[in-house]
Write a protein that binds this ligand. Structure first.
Ligand code: XMP
Length: 510
């Protein structure tokens, strides 16, 4: 399989570059610039290299640099933003602060004919975000693009297959960005489009069938997309030697535990062990109001329950997890199996010893995981599930967690989600749910005075959950949800809508 290596110099769009390349069915991986040597590049047989952007200036004493020998490897290279400046600098060019000041945002781009710009009109729009620029190009290079403010927005040494662009082809604001990346991977690097999810599934099943022959594997199933897809994939390879433990801590949404059991256990035939530990968790949480304490209790209790169940299964050889590629990149390692620190319910048992960890999805982005899930026959409802925090509804019940509050929340949350799903909004929300507050207020129903809880509705739009906008929901949707909740859920007298973005708020309330 042909591969592109993306060398990470600290840019904010690095994952986007990899996703764009993979969308063309060419495998791309991201590695920190400091961990890759020329020998690695040659040994791994990469067909092309992409240097990412980054916040530095090449002249900063601490700025990331690279062995200039990379330019002589004969491997095609595309530098983007800082990567472009660094390429020019390493090849003997000069970098300087842009004379017209920083260039930021949508900018008119003028290109001249070359392999990288095949099919790109002479004038189009690109996305710029830079302070420095390439003032003197290195010997052997030509300027292939400019903007009104930046005389050197692109360089090329076509005979060496080395290119640099000051703008960001990976962001959608660059009109011909996809075309430029396609030109690089196909015309310049000569990659074949052979990264296909069906092949990934077949290859993984075969690999694990061999590698895990005779082994027993344990998997903590949360019912989320990643652990479910990992489970179904491994089940195809090793059948009932995969033991999926699903802990129902009583903090799941309405009908969620049954849904997971029905779909993954009964329909898809996984060897699923559902542990009904609701009482255990609620007892431990009684009287606890402090958010971090709630999380800690749930995390610890989860491990204890999981250990007890695992010990009933006898000797288990390996632990499987639904780690995905962004987890691997964000852990900053990119090369070692680390137990997901932010794993669903705060970690996994430390005192059961395993021979190793199996992470069948560690190369995949979320959209690829979803595609694999769909191809494996997992229902849409599960594959497209919105994220749900490991500590579950515990972080959506403000103050003490009681059965009453949990039950009111489950009903109200189900109504809100149903109304939003029915609304089929043009811009779908990324996550939407209800939160039950600890505040009660007076209401009136018929002729009677009521006194019940205040419920908050939360709905956000985001790409990465690091930042999020509150969703501008149509009033009719909010009105219908509010009417239904106050009518159908006795005990809730007031409904409010959270209009805070992240930052300054977080998505969850606790
Ligand atoms: P915050 O509240 O930090 O949430 O803005 C960002 C995203 O992370 C989810 N979240 C969690 N997921 N365990 C998880 O698996 C957790 O403890 C946890 N806390 C928050 C949250 O639902 C949102 O999607």
């Amino acid at each position: 399989m042909d591969k592109i290596l993306i060398l990470d110099f600290g840019g904010q769009y690095n994952q986007l570059i990899a996703r764009r390349v993979r969308a063309e069915h060419v495998f791309a991986e991201i590695r920190p610039y400091s961990k890759v040597t020329c020998e690695d590049i040659v040994r791994s047989g990469y067909k092309g290299l992409i240097f990412t952007g980054g916040p530095n200036s090449v002249y900063d004493p601490n700025s990331p640099h690279f062995d200039p020998a990379i330019l002589r490897l004969g491997v095609p290279l595309l530098g983007i933003c800082y990567g472009h400046q660094l390429t020019a600098y390493m090849a003997g060019g000069t970098i300087a602060p842009a004379e017209g000041g920083s260039e930021y945002g949508k900018t008119k781009l003028y290109v001249s004919h070359c392999k990288l710009f095949e099919g790109v009109p002479e004038e189009s729009i690109c996305w710029m975000s830079h302070t420095d620029y390439v003032r003197v190009i290195p010997e052997g290079f030509q300027v292939i693009a400019h903007t009104d403010n930046c005389p050197c927005a692109g360089i090329a040494d076509e005979s060496a297959k080395i290119y640099g662009v000051q703008f960001h082809p990976e962001v959608t604001h660059t009109e011909y960005g996809t075309q430029i990346l396609k030109n690089f991977v196909f015309s310049v690097c000569g990659c074949a489009p052979d990264w296909k999810m069906d092949d990934f599934i077949a290859g993984s099943v075969e690999k694990y069938r061999k590698e895990l022959s005779g082994k027993k594997v344990l998997l903590a199933l949360s019912g989320g997309v990643d652990s479910s897809v990992a489970a179904v994939l491994l089940h195809q390879a090793i059948g009932d030697r995969l033991f999926c433990v699903f802990v129902d801590h009583g903090l799941l949404r309405k009908n969620e535990g049954d849904f997971v059991e029905q779909t993954l256990g009964k329909k898809l035939g996984l060897n699923l062990i559902r542990v009904n530990a609701q009482e255990r968790f609620l007892t431990k949480l009684r009287g606890v109001t402090e958010p971090e304490k709630k999380r800690k209790i749930i995390g610890e209790e989860f491990i204890r329950v999981f250990e007890t169940e695992a010990s009933k299964l006898g000797k288990l050889d390996l632990l499987a997890q639904g780690t995905i590629y962004p987890d691997v990149i964000e852990s900053g390692k990119g090369d070692s199996a680390v137990i997901k620190s932010h794993h669903n319910v705060g970690g996994l048992p430390k005192n059961i010893s395993f021979e190793g960890i199996v992470e069948p999805l560690r190369e995949l982005f979320k959209d690829e995981v979803r595609e694999v899930g769909t191809r494996l026959g997992i229902p849409r409802e599960l594959v497209w599930r919105q994220p749900f925090p490991g500590p579950g509804l515990a972080v959506r019940v403000i103050g003490e967690i009681t059965e009453e509050k949990l039950s009111l929340l489950r009903e109200a949350d189900a109504i809100f989600r149903e109304e939003l799903d029915n609304a089929k909004l043009e811009t779908p929300c990324s996550q939407y749910f209800a939160v039950i507050t600890d505040t009660r207020s007076v209401g009136v129903m018929g002729d009677a005075r009521t006194y019940g809880y205040t419920l908050a509705l939360r709905s956000v739009v985001t790409d990465d959950f690091m930042t999020a906008e509150w969703a501008r929901l149509p009033y009719e949707v909010l009105e219908k949800a509010s009417n239904r909740i106050t009518n159908e859920v006795r005990g809730i007298t007031r409904v409010v809508y959270d209009i805070t973005s992240k930052p300054p708020a977080t998505v969850e309330w606790e």
